[in-house]
Write a protein of this length. Structure first.
Length: 136
């Protein structure tokens, strides 16, 4: 998790799908840090930012969980509704810069969209993806 802020939790952060899914899926194990960030978010002490891509990634993960019979259709729909109600600020990315970052760091354009927001907004990234966290 790339949320190193010298022991202090930030007031805003970019969040990726791995972090959201760790909290959203009932069978996912998440660390106390994941819980702490979401508690702060629920209390209005943390602003979460993401590219629009996050909605697609979470929806696709729910689809995959359905195919794997990890979730029922009803549960997947409930989780999607719960996720879509989260007051996450969705920001546009600059695709030329996303492409540049993807090539520079040898990551997908999807991951580069999160890195773009991290760099543009000068915020930490909340991610459980170790490679992405290292790049951010």
């Amino acid at each position: 998790m790339a949320a190193s802020t010298k022991g202090k939790l930030p007031s805003a952060a970019v969040i990726d799908a791995s972090f959201v899914l760790a909290r959203l899926f009932p069978d996912e194990k998440h660390t106390p840090k994941v819980a702490a960030y979401f508690d702060r978010f629920a209390q209005g002490k943390l602003k979460l930012i993401a590219p629009q891509l996050l909605k697609y990634e979470v929806t696709n993960a729910l689809r995959s969980a359905l195919v794997q019979k990890r979730l029922t259709s009803r549960t997947a729909k409930q989780l999607l509704q719960e996720f879509l109600k989260l007051p996450i600020d969705y920001l546009e990315v600059e695709f030329e810069q996303v492409l540049t970052l993807a090539v520079k760091y040898k990551i997908s354009a999807y991951d580069a969209a999160y890195v773009f927001l991290v760099k543009k907004k000068q915020l930490p990234l909340l991610s459980l993806d170790k490679k992405l966290a290292k790049v951010a």
